[in-house]
Structures are given as structure tokens and as C-alpha cells.
Design a protein around this ligand. Sequence first.
Ligand code: ZN
Ligand code: ZN
Length: 234
Amino acid sequence: MGAVIRGVLLPGQRQVELRNFAIPTPGQGQVLIKMRASSICGSDIRAIYREHLGHGPEAYQNVIAGHEPCGQIVDVGPGCRRFRVGDRVVLYHISGCGLCHDCREGYMISCSSPLRSAYGWQRDGGHAEYMLAEETTCVALPDALSYVDGALVACGFGTAYEALTRMQVAGRDRVLITGMGPVGMGAALLARVETRCWYAKRAEARWTRLNALKRVLGYQTPDSCGGRGGGATV
Ligand SMILES: [Zn+2]
Ligand SMILES: [Zn+2]
């Protein structure tokens, strides 16, 4: 296409750098996505923005940041089988080799192949006007969700959902949420669908979030649960 887009790099030391890039062309099995929302994760702040903490294959490679992208496909490369131009998609944030045991189990995050790369860490991510992605990392965004919804649930809610799935929480369980960051909030919202009694323990700094859970959503604190412990703890 030849056009230039702007992308965000995070060189460390709390700096943000805007740089020009050419719009990439999708190769085999890849799609080009017009970015509609790209949220900032706590990991980005902690391990890239302030200082670069990752080592070896986990290190930030001075690529376009943003591992929580959501947008609309505008071009597809050869060999794509599921998604088409116009589809709205969320990106799973890590592209694995696709062939190792972990990838086949659905845990691309555990892939140890040199081909593994995370968007916004080892390959260009969502903080740009367009983004190149593997079709295998695209997840269809339901019509009921906005692009902002999609970006926010991609990493945080996915992480929370996996934890709850492994715990196999059900209607008989009480769930104790001990961290009220975005992932903890996601766990609280998701677990409420399955469980009958709720409460959240908090750090003082998270009072506003806890209050929202209590007042708006009717969640309970350990005190209001009669001193009974949580059967499942996140
Ligand atoms: Zn994230
Ligand atoms: Zn793999």
C-alpha cells in the first residue's frame, strides 16, 4: 500500500516514542487489521514502560507496543481459512509455533519454540493504526461487544476466565478475590455467573473498586459472609 502509519514504541525510562512505519502486507495465513481499540495492560506499565524487565526470549524487542488489540480485518493473506475482510476480531496476545504440545493444547503462552512471539513485546502490537496478525490468533468479536470491550477482555478477562475454569467453580462455591486489579475485577464479574455467594478482600488502595462491586453489583465482603471462608480463592 505504501502509506505510512504511526506506531508507539516504549523505549523505557517512562518514555513514549511515536515513529512512522509502512503499512505491512499480510503474508501466508496472516491478516491486516485496522485498529479500533488497543488497551494498556499492567504488564506494559510494569515491565516495559517504566523499565525493560524481560530477559532472553521474554524481552521487549523495541516493537510497536500493545498486546490487547481489537479491530477490523481490512486485508487477508493467502491461505486464510476462517476470517475475511470486514470481520471484527480480538487478538489473543501470543502467537505460538502451532505445532508443539503446548500449542496443540491451546496454551500458546507456554510455547517454548523460537517462533513464539507476543504482540507488543517481540512483534508489532496494537498501538498503531494498522497491525499485522496471524489468523490463528484472531478471535471473533461478538456483535454485542464494542471494540473497547474486546480490547479490555482480550488479556485480562481471558486470564481470569482460565483461572476460574481450572478451579471449576460452580453454584455451590464461594469465591474469594484477593486482588482488585483489572484481572481480579474480571474474575469477580465472571465468577458471579456461576457462584451463589461472593466476597472480595482488598488492599486499601483499591477501595473504590471494591465499593463498586459491593454497591453496584451486590458483592459481599468476608465480614458480611458470616466469617465463612472462601471455597475457592483467586
Ligand atoms: Zn495484558
Ligand atoms: Zn508451540
